[in-house]
Design a protein around this ligand. Structure first.
Ligand code: SF4
Length: 354
């Protein structure tokens, strides 16, 4: 395994590091001019340069196909902009909001659903005035029970800034849950210092961290130790994974990832169907393929290790589970499929009204 010291941020860096052939630097530079590039040392070290189909490289090394935009793809695939009442806030569901604190990430994923909004040159971190306006919005909406802190990746902020945001939200009585979304514990585990873990913790609110991870090789010893530091600071952890062709679209890989997460005390939460982000068609599976994978996972994994397969409906219509379905209505009740695909009649029998 090669040791890398710094984040690789350009086609030239990737060529120097041996992660792309020097002859590819010009075509990769064209992608870099459009979409940000960053591969931190922990992820660069995981790339197997002898494997042309390496799952880690595929997630982070730019690909010229990113410049091919399919007609169905959208600049804002899940409609954040439509549901944004003030800068940095997305209010899509009544009881929760997204608070997008920064537009920077420690790594730039080639399939990112917010790829048009993140990276150098995009609107940066929320200013103090914008944060104050976002907090005023939350205070004025007592129905907001959960604040989902995202970006970009909010854990690129300093522990001091994280603590300030936590303290500001602690002062709003109707907010009960803070949920941070981050790739940091996996891609830059060294950032998860005891100081950052303390800054994320709260004596008065329940704090979750949703870890974004897509491949079992990402769950290194350092990543698992970073998760342990968070959990021991009182933070509950769930995971989200994007279903990606050539990365994790096979049952063995997904099974290994979900087992690694549960072993790390992280509950698998969502398996996202790929969003219609520009230039990401080469990453998307069909929904039928995703459902077939979920069917296999259900034969192998306990409910604790099974994520929910979801689609974020384009146009800001929200997230829904997309199967597979095990229940079909019949004239007398239901036909229920078991995990082996065998159908069983079920009579929906109860004693009637209370
Ligand atoms: S870390 Fe998240 S927001 Fe940042 S590039 Fe990756 S998927 Fe996008």
């Amino acid at each position: 395994m090669t040791a890398f010291r710094q984040t690789l941020k350009s086609a030239a860096d990737l060529a120097d590091a041996g992660l792309i052939a020097p002859g590819r630097a010009a075509e990769i530079a064209r992608v870099e001019a459009r979409y940000a590039v960053a591969i931190p040392p922990a992820m660069a070290a995981l790339i197997d340069t002898n494997d042309a189909d390496d799952a880690i490289a595929r997630q982070f090394v730019p690909d010229p196909r990113e410049l091919d935009r399919h007609p169905s793809e959208r600049t804002d695939p899940i409609g954040d902009g439509i549901k944004s009442p003030v800068a940095g806030v997305v209010h899509r569901y009544p009881d929760r909001i997204l608070l997008k604190l920064v537009a920077a990430c420690p790594v730039y994923c080639r399939f990112c659903f917010r790829r048009e909004m993140v990276g150098p040159g995009k609107a940066n971190a929320l200013s103090d005035a914008e944060l104050a306006a976002a907090l005023a919005y939350i205070r004025a909406h007592p129905e907001i029970w959960e604040v989902i802190l995202t970006g970009g990746d909010p854990l690129v902020l300093s522990p001091r800034r994280v603590a300030e945001v936590t303290a500001a939200l602690e002062a709003i009585p109707h907010v009960k849950v803070l949920r941070w979304h981050s790739r940091v514990p996996v891609v830059t585990p060294e950032r998860v210092t005891p100081m950052l873990a303390d800054a994320l913790g709260s004596a008065s609110k329940t704090v979750y961290l949703a870890l974004h991870t897509n491949h079992p090789r990402e769950m290194t010893a350092a990543a698992r130790a970073a998760c342990a530091r968070l959990i021991e600071a009182g933070i509950a952890m769930v995971s989200q994974t994007v279903l990606l062709k050539g990365v994790n679209d096979d049952a063995d890989t997904l099974e290994a990832l979900m087992r690694a997460l549960v072993e790390t005390r992280v509950k698998p939460y969502y398996l996202h169907h790929g969003d219609l982000a520009p230039g990401t068609a080469h990453f998307r599976t069909t929904i039928a393929e995703g459902q077939a994978l979920m069917r296999i996972l259900r034969t192998r994994l306990s409910g604790l290790a099974l994520p929910t397969y979801v689609l974020d409906i384009p146009g800001a219509h929200g997230k829904v589970p997309i199967g597979p379905q095990y229940l079909a209505q019949t004239a007398t009740g239901y036909a229920v499929l078991d995990v082996h695909g065998q159908s069983h009649a079920y009579e929906d029998c109860c004693a009637g009204p209370r």
